[in-house]
Design a protein around this ligand. Structure first.
Ligand code: FA5
Length: 337
């Protein structure tokens, strides 16, 4: 066998043996450069043929080209196999398991004030009260005058506020102005509940905010007595705090009621049964009825005003009212059900 033939055969065997051991696309590319590249072993061998005697060159050239084609064909086969493997592996690794449960969509929750407001309003609706709302920017007339709190009355100190246009236009300090507005626009019998925001010129602390909610209640009819007030508010307390709740009424002063009371509750679950004040109430003052156009010799009524944040604090064990409107998600997310 001629020398050139031997060299080409050896080269071919070595190249094919190496190719057999090569699997991934990077290594195949290296193999291609090593044998078939411009400086590859086979290319060099082909170039070397020019040094052969002229009569040997055609046969040697044909053999070398045949080897080149054989190597190219073998490479092609391996590349196709390697690409197939890469694809199979990728499909394996990136497989989507359609039987897995979906990722949960994160849901918002109700604010604790909203939760309590809904409980309060749904209770009163269930006993025939209508829910109405009123303006937060209010007139002095309704916030004070119509509630029997004339200018310079010392009770104004308890309800100092922020003025929008002094002295007449202000941010309401309670929902009580709606007592007068409702009575002005409707005839008895009246059964309304008024949830809404209130504002006060107030030093903030753990139980006082400058902005908070109240829920006002007003019932006016013939023959309404203090017993109706007590029965209604006791039923309400049981609805919110459960059947073990006890209620207590003590004398309190509000210029728009006579007599006036505050209602406290006590239940074994909250602060070991301590008495806690949750609302102010009383029999609507005859002068308030008269100012709104009702005949106080014919009609009587009761009114109450409660703070839903304070009720939520008792129910949920919240120790600082300032957390309600600080928008701290760590606080708010605890109420997502
Ligand atoms: C009033 O505002 C009266 N209008 C309530 C009323 C209505 C009495 C009808 C009689 C008849 P008072 O200022 O006490 O009363 O407020 C009532 C409730 O609102 C309080 O018991 C408390 O729960 C809540 N509240 C008052 N001030 C604040 C405050 N700064 N921050 C949070 N809650 C407050």
């Amino acid at each position: 066998m001629d020398d050139w033939q031997g060299r080409i055969d050896t080269l071919r065997e070595r190249a094919l043996a190496e190719l057999e051991a090569t699997a991934d696309p990077d290594a195949l590319e290296k193999w291609r450069i090593a044998y078939l590249g411009r400086r590859g072993a086979l290319t060099e061998a082909l170039r070397g043929l020019s040094a052969l005697p002229t009569e040997q060159r055609p046969a040697a050239g044909a053999a070398a080209n045949e080897t080149k084609r054989a190597l190219e064909a073998a490479l092609d086969k391996h590349q196709t196999a390697a690409r197939g493997q890469v694809l199979t592996r990728a499909l394996e690794n990136e497989r989507v398991d359609v039987t897995l449960p979906g990722r949960p969509v994160s849901r918002g929750g109700l604010h604790p004030t909203t939760i309590i407001l809904r409980q309060i309003t749904s209770f009163f609706q269930s006993i025939g009260y209508q829910v109405v709302e009123g303006p937060e920017v209010e007139l002095d007339k309704y916030n004070f005058e119509m509630l029997n709190i004339p200018a310079n009355h010392p009770a104004r100190d308890m309800w100092d506020t922020l003025y929008v246009q002094p002295p007449e236009v202000l941010m309401r300090t309670h929902t009580s102005p709606m007592q007068a507005r409702v009575m002005e626009s409707t005839e008895p019998p009246v059964r309304v509940i008024v949830p809404g925001r209130c504002y006060r010129y107030e030093a903030q602390d753990a139980t006082h905010e400058w902005m908070f909610y109240q829920v006002e209640g007003l019932a006016v009819d013939q023959g309404i007595t203090m017993a109706d007030l007590k029965g209604t508010l006791f039923a309400f307390a049981r609805h919110i705090f459960g059947p073990k709740v006890k209620v207590r009424f003590r004398c309190d002063y509000f210029p728009f009621v006579e007599p006036g009371v505050d209602m406290g509750i006590s239940t074994p679950e909250i602060k070991g049964g301590d008495w806690l004040e949750i609302l102010g109430a009383g029999m609507v003052h005859p002068r308030v009825l008269e100012m709104a156009g009702y005949d106080s010799s014919k009609y009587t009524g009761f009114a109450f005003g409660m703070g839903p944040e304070r009720i939520a604090m008792l129910k949920y064990g919240i120790t600082d009212i300032r957390q309600f409107y600080a928008n701290d998600l760590r606080f708010l997310e605890q109420f997502v059900s």
